[in-house]
Design a protein around this ligand. Structure first.
Ligand code: HEM
Length: 390
């Protein structure tokens, strides 16, 4: 009889959940958690195959976030299956092109340089609120044509969006309130864009057309919402995890300081090594037999990216942070039809902010005593991370 503990969602926020993930991969790769009433797949091969097989592993059945609200399911990119997803995704791809990212590059550089220079003056900063939040807010705001500073007002909604709070009977959850208010705000913004088109991403989504069909206003609103929520939360977790990884590996710090062209390798390995998005949900459309178990149709199944990216069956010496790793095929940005739309933007943003910060830093020390991890069930990173760079 195995003494393997039940998987619990809060394991994601542990300092080191990786030994437990290893036990799951080895001892119970198709694990049913009684505590959470969900299944967890932890091996790379299983997660990779499931991400690629949307016919069996639906994003529509239970949504793709662990705490998805029933209202959202079927409306957003991440919670729909082909052919509905194919149509919306191809229009989003038309609006959000490499040119969109290229056009944002000067804004990204300017903002990163300003934030890095302020950080250098101060010496010690709180990375999440003083670098990551204003950086992400500024860039996502610029993408959607929000006036300067406006995006930070949306922050409360974005923070609440990923909560998993259980309200008193008869009351709305903070998550539901955030979603409703954000929806109202973006609805008004979309209406304004329809009357007065600009050259931002929202206008591009309104204009994009395929075979005579366009996204309707509601689709534009919910897609924008996915962009903002996905873009804000995962990038914060990515940047804070990378900051922490650098502090843990002083030998890496020397390399990326002396060779800024290695920063992209550092980012890619960092996303494999400590995945910001730890898991996304799928739901089987029929019973699935796996590793001697039957996962019933309709179950909630987490494809555990964080565990898959450390699978020794796929990656040699997976717990080692290896800048020269040949195998870059991690599933940190997902895989298949739902592969992250924002990956090129996230990579560019990470590259630029670390280039600028490393250029002005003399030290790189995090204060773990005063740090705080995020506690949303899908993501791993820091809500608070004091960093000393000078
Ligand atoms: C390092 C940062 C990021 C990580 C680790 C990340 C990770 C992911 C992952 C794993 C998925 C797949 C979800 C699934 O299969 O259910 C995804 C999808 C998505 N991401 Fe990202 N993401 C990041 C940044 C961004 C940014 C900056 C944006 C937008 C500006 C964005 C927008 C999206 C959208 C819209 C989807 C849904 C795509 C679809 O379902 O077709 N992401 N992301």
């Amino acid at each position: 009889m195995s003494d393997l503990p039940d998987y619990r969602l809060d394991v994601i926020a542990l300092d080191d959940p990786y030994p437990f993930y290893r036990r799951l991969r080895d001892e119970d790769p198709a694990h049913y958690s009684r505590a959470e009433d969900l299944w967890v797949l932890t091996r790379y091969e299983d997660c990779h195959a499931a991400f690629n097989d949307w016919r069996t592993w639906s994003s529509f059945g239970r949504g793709n976030l662990i705490n998805d609200l029933p209202d959202r399911i079927g409306k957003t990119l991440g919670t729909s299956d082909p052919p509905r997803h194919t149509f919306a995704r191809s229009l989003v791809n038309r609006a959000f092109t490499p040119r969109t990212v290229a056009r944002l590059e000067s804004t990204i550089r300017k903002l990163a340089r300003e934030l890095a220079s302020k950080a250098a003056e101060r010496g010690t900063i709180e990375f999440a609120s003083e670098i990551s939040a204003p950086f992400n807010a500024g860039i996502l705001g610029a993408m959607f044509g929000l006036p300067d500073g406006e995006f930070l007002r949306l922050r409360r909604w974005l923070d609440d969006f990923f909560l998993r709070d259980k309200p008193e009977p008869g009351r709305e959850s903070r998550q539901a309130i955030a979603m409703r208010e954000l929806h109202g705000y973006l609805g008004a913004l979309a209406a304004e864009h329809i009357d007065h088109p600009t050259d931002d991403l929202m206008s591009a989504m309104i204009d994009a057309e395929q075979d005579g069909q366009k996204l309707d206003q509601e689709q534009v609103v919910v897609t924008t919402m996915t962009f903002l929520t996905a873009g804000f939360e995962s990038t914060n977790n990515c940047f804070t995890n990378l900051t922490y990884a650098l502090a843990l590996h002083p030998e890496l710090l020397d390399v990326v300081r002396q060779h800024p062209d290695r920063i992209s390798d550092f980012i890619e390995e960092g996303i494999r090594w400590d995945a910001p998005a730890q898991g996304f949900v799928r739901s089987p459309t029929s019973d699935v037999e796996l590793h001697g178990k039957t996962i019933p149709a309709g179950a909630q199944v987490v494809l555990h990216i964080g565990a898959a990216n450390r699978d020794e069956r796929r990656f040699s010496d997976p717990n080692r942070f290896e800048l020269d790793r040949d195998d870059r095929h991690h599933v940190g940005f997902g895989q298949g039809v739902h592969f992250c739309v924002g990956a090129p933007l996230a990579r560019t943003m990470a590259q630029v902010i670390f280039e600028e910060l490393l250029a002005v830093s003399r030290r790189w020390e995090v204060d773990l005593v005063d740090a705080q991890r995020v506690t949303t069930p899908n993501f791993r990173g820091f809500a608070r991370l004091p960093l000393t760079i000078r």
